[in-house]
Design a protein around this ligand. Structure first.
Ligand SMILES: CC1(C)[C@@H]2CC[C@@]1(C)[C@@H](OP(=O)([O-])OP(=O)([O-])[O-])C2
Ligand SMILES: [Mg+2]
Ligand SMILES: [Mg+2]
Ligand SMILES: [Mg+2]
Ligand SMILES: [Mg+2]
Ligand SMILES: [Mg+2]
Length: 542
């Protein structure tokens, strides 16, 4: 039964239109603020290096990361973590406690230093169970919980730690015995642990939370607020440029069925490429996200089966003859895409001397083949098994294309081995795609089923196993945990990719979990995402 009428995503107009974006301005572009920030950085460096207690140094590093300013101290943090790893101070029994052991474990593993899970055996009884009285120390328990998410496949002790700490923390929340500050941290981490939280977007909330803490260092808070506002001012300029580009394409008018989401698409890149020096990369990857969003809606919402087949053929062949046969709205789409590919390839050729047009076209072709397969399944009523679906959907979520652009924009020089690994969709890309896909399905599939779309991971599991939606969602969350175990393991392997790229691949998955935490934060507005976006982009911290 071919669908004759066109579907609609019922997407509301954008909340922040062209005029609103162009009117953005901030006082934090003034010299005096950057000067003050530099003074504070010098003071914090002294704090870091003069701190003789290894454990307090780790706490300071953890605070800097949570406050979103650790990027200013990479050199000092590398030195400190490498020394603590070599000296293994977290192992000698005299000063060992759960809080410092778990904190060291998490920070060192996140840094690529594989501390053994055996460090936690010290806190178990003869039966190999964690001592129940560990629960008396909530801060230590929370650190054990956060550390347990660094587990890789087969590390049963960390899985045991996750279950043990989750149950006890949940119980403490239900009993309401913690102070407001600690219970707000526990509540937030039980929903999304630190290891799965994208740093920059979450720093806004953590800066506010730290301000309410009694024992916080005022220098840290002043620097965190100042840095946040200075970086936010640079976001404004990037967003204005993307908004001008989007207006010139006139795609919002020509393809009114598609999501008009300039700010939401930009936010993805605040999570994915948070370092302030990546301004131009963020502008380019935001244009990419916007085009992917529009073309995804062409296939998922508006295009008939025949039209989507034709568009796929045009993208596979890049042949003007085929372009001629496309309906007008698809010709516009194709031409916007073609000029973006040329803009991207021109930049890389100019900056790096490498011609990447064929690579980009292949990544787009793989995406459209996957899109067309899903469209065919929808229009013919085919219900794929989970395996069949994942085989196509880890590509249709477009992570391979997004990370290819990140790679070409931040990797200099572009090494042959790394470029080859990129073309072969290295595990780092596949793991990132799995987290993005599964988090996206958890957040969007109920809306997608309402308007009509191919069954997603949740629905495939329900169809195949006769499961309830709750069971299916739990299963998908378990699949996300598995993808995270693989992602965490990649951190310890030799890789041709740079640290920043490996970080971005994991941050793409993290940002998806941030974007879809309260439903579809990208397409269908929800109050939580509106609040997050306005505090991240539109409101400086006072
Ligand atoms: C950038 C993206 C991750 C990619 C394009 C827009 C997205 C937010 C998401 O949109 P969605 O319609 O949910 O994707 P899919 O479910 O149709 O693959 C897929
Ligand atoms: Mg529109
Ligand atoms: Mg879609
Ligand atoms: Mg789609
Ligand atoms: Mg590998
Ligand atoms: Mg979706």
């Amino acid at each position: 039964q071919l669908q004759s009428t066109r579907r609609s995503g019922n997407y509301k107009p954008t909340l922040w239109d062209f005029e609103r974006i162009q009117s953005l301005n901030s006082v934090y572009t003034e010299e005096k603020y950057t000067t003050r920030a530099s003074e504070l950085v010098v003071q914090v460096k002294k704090l870091l290096l003069l701190e003789s207690n290894w454990f307090l140094q780790l706490e300071l590093i953890d605070d800097l990361q949570k406050l979103g300013v650790s990027y200013r101290f990479n050199h000092e943090i590398n030195q400190i973590l490498n020394r603590i790893y070599l000296e293994q101070k977290y192992c000698n029994n005299s000063e060992r406690d759960l809080y410092s052991t778990a904190l060291a474990f998490r920070l060192l593993r996140q840094h690529g230093l594989k501390v053994s899970q055996d460090v936690f055996d010290f806190f178990k009884n003869d039966e190999g169970e964690f001592e129940p009285n560990l629960g008396d120390n909530t801060k230590g328990l929370l650190q054990l919980y956060e550390a347990s998410f660094l587990l890789t496949e087969g590390e049963m002790s960390l899985e045991q730690a996750r279950v043990f700490s989750t149950n006890l923390l949940q119980k403490k929340l239900d009993d309401g015995i913690m102070d407001e500050y600690l219970s707000s941290l526990v509540r937030r981490s039980l929903e999304l642990p630190l290891h799965w939280s994208v740093q920059r977007p979450n720093s806004r909330w953590l800066i506010d939370a730290y301000t309410n803490r009694s024992d916080v260092n005022p220098i840290l808070i002043e620097l965190a607020k100042l840095d946040f506002n200075i970086v936010q001012a640079s976001y404004h300029e990037e967003l204005k440029e993307v908004s001008r580009w989007w207006k010139e394409t006139e795609l919002a008018e020509k393809l009114p069925f598609a999501r008009d989401r300039v700010v939401e698409n930009y936010i993805w890149n605040v999570g994915l490429l948070f370092q302030p020096q990546y301004g131009y990369p963020r502008i380019m990857t935001t244009k990419l996200f916007i085009l992917i969003t529009v073309i995804d809606d062409v296939f998922d919402v508006y295009g008939t089966l025949e039209e989507t087949e034709l568009f796929k053929k045009a993208i596979l062949s890049w042949d003007v003859e085929v372009l001629d046969q496309l309906p007008n709205y698809m010709q516009i789409c194709y031409m916007a895409l073609d000029s973006f590919i040329n803009e991207m390839a021109y930049h890389v050729l100019k900056e790096q001397g490498v011609l990447i047009i064929q690579d980009l076209r292949k990544f787009w072709a793989d995406l459209c083949v996957a899109y067309a397969k899903e469209a065919e399944w929808y229009h013919t009523g085919h219900k794929p098994t989970m395996e069949e679906y994942i085989d196509v959907a880890w590509i249709s979520i477009s992570a391979h294309l997004i990370l290819a652009h990140v790679f070409f924009l931040i990797t200099n020089p572009i090494g042959k081995e790394a470029a080859e690994s990129l073309r072969n969709y290295d595990d780092i890309i596949r793991n990132s795609a799995m987290i993005l896909r599964l988090a996206d399905d958890l957040g969007t599939s109920s809306y997608e089923m309402q308007r009509g779309d191919v069954p997603k991971a949740v629905e495939c599991y329900m169809n195949e196993m006769g499961a309830s939606v709750e069971e299916a969602r739990e299963h998908v969350k378990c699949m996300i945990r598995e993808a995270w175990m693989k992602t965490s393991a990649e951190r310890f392997k030799e890789s041709p990719f740079s640290k920043d790229f490996i970080r971005s691949a994991a941050d793409l998955g993290r940002h998806a979990q941030y974007m879809y935490q309260h439903g579809d934060g990208h397409g269908i507005r929800n109050p939580q995402m509106e609040e997050r976006i306005s505090t991240l982009i539109f409101q400086p911290i006072d």
